[in-house]
Write a protein that binds this ligand. Structure first.
Ligand SMILES: C[S@@+](CC[C@H](N)C(=O)[O-])C[C@H]1O[C@@H](n2cnc3c(N)ncnc32)[C@H](O)[C@@H]1O
Length: 333
């Protein structure tokens, strides 16, 4: 669900323009985030707003008449109102929503209501979390049918099956941040490529020479291949296997480690670099030991006789209460 992101001084002018050309999505409200404003637009109108940033809304706010909470309040007993979910994700034309156990008997109602709000969507899946190193989704169908979809984000197409592979809408800012760092002619290694979360935007938006995309899960690898086709990119080298063993050595200017539990792979990432280069290391870390990712990088570099400069450390999103998903940019030399 797209929105035009503009500075608040420009917001009124852009909103009026969006309304005049019929681009403004009437189901969603204009949202203010700091000095910036997100004006929701329908898919297909992006070209009218070329001079502005187009974002995929992580947490769209829906207009009252189509607000899930407001509709469900009329059908669910008052004592359960606090449990009604206010957020959900739309991936392509499939909706994913977390539903607390207290609302178990209302899950179909929730699914049907969402389909009535989002008429272009074909199914609603209850999101029950992700499992293990492969981050396999646990989902349950609660309305409609169909699990394969094509999600559009920042000019890239991601085909996936929500029952087989995950998609983190919340990581989109990080995906575009990395795109902006990649220099012309670079060789990139994406050690946990999934369906191409980082690989595809890098291939679409940069002039990287080559991107090695390594993925262990055959289901994700299948969609990685599909997405290479769908986005018509030619510089991706897909590799099916365990990046602990199949990562090429001495080839990369930049290594993306986009898995939140991957510290044991740090020596492999360092060896993948041509000599010096950048590692973007993700970790899920409790706030009380927030320096752990940096310490792990330093210790891996030290054990291989390498120097390291920590260039950036940032939160990607909240992982769970008291635990953050962070990324560290490390320059290894
Ligand atoms: C959590 S996903 C990546 C999410 C992504 N960074 C994003 O922006 O949404 C991690 C991927 O790493 C893959 N993976 C896990 N262990 C692996 C390994 N040893 N080698 C290669 N891929 C692996 C999983 O199958 C999964 O597709």
């Amino acid at each position: 669900m797209k929105a035009v992101r503009v500075h608040k001084f420009k917001a009124e002018e852009v909103r009026k323009f969006a309304e005049r050309i019929g681009a403004k999505d009437k189901d969603r409200l204009v949202v203010c985030r700091g000095d910036y404003v997100e004006i929701p637009i329908y898919d297909g109108f992006e070209n009218y707003f070329k001079e502005y940033e187009i974002v995929e809304q992580e947490e769209p706010v829906f207009a009252r008449k189509s607000d899930l909470y407001e509709i469900l309040k009329e059908k669910i007993p008052r004592k359960l109102w606090d449990y009604i979910p206010r957020r959900y994700k739309i991936i392509g034309d499939v909706i994913l929503i977390k539903i607390p156990d207290e609302l178990e008997e209302y899950k179909q109602l929730i699914g049907e209501t969402l389909l009535s709000i989002h008429k272009r969507c074909k199914s609603v899946w209850r999101d029950l979390g992700r499992e293990g190193m492969l981050r396999k989704p646990k989902v349950e169908l609660i309305a409609g049918s169909g699990s394969e979809t094509v999600h559009k984000e920042n000019g890239c197409l991601f085909k996936l099956d929500v029952t087989k592979v995950m998609f983190s809408v919340g990581n989109q800012g990080e995906r575009m941040r990395i795109v902006k760092l990649v220099q012309d002619g670079e060789v990139v290694v994406d050690m946990f490529a999934g369906i191409g979360y980082f690989t595809i935007p890098i291939a679409v938006h940069t002039k990287a020479k080559k991107i090695y995309a390594i993925e262990i899960n055959p289901d994700s690898y299948f969609y990685l291949l599909e997405n290479i086709e769908l986005n018509d990119v030619k510089n991706v080298i897909p590799i099916l296997g365990d990046s602990m063993y199949v990562t090429p050595e001495g080839v990369a200017d930049r290594v993306v480690m986009g898995h939140i539990f991957c510290h044991e792979f740090l020596p492999v990432a360092i060896k993948a670099l041509k000599g010096d280069g950048y590692i973007h290391y993700h970790e899920s870390v409790p706030e009380v030991i927030i320096n752990r990712p940096i310490e792990r990088i330093k210790s891996a570099c030290e054990s291989l006789g390498k120097n390291v400069k920590i260039e950036n450390f940032r939160k990607v999103k909240n992982y769970s209460p008291g635990v953050l998903h962070v990324v560290v940019d490390a320059y290894v030399y």
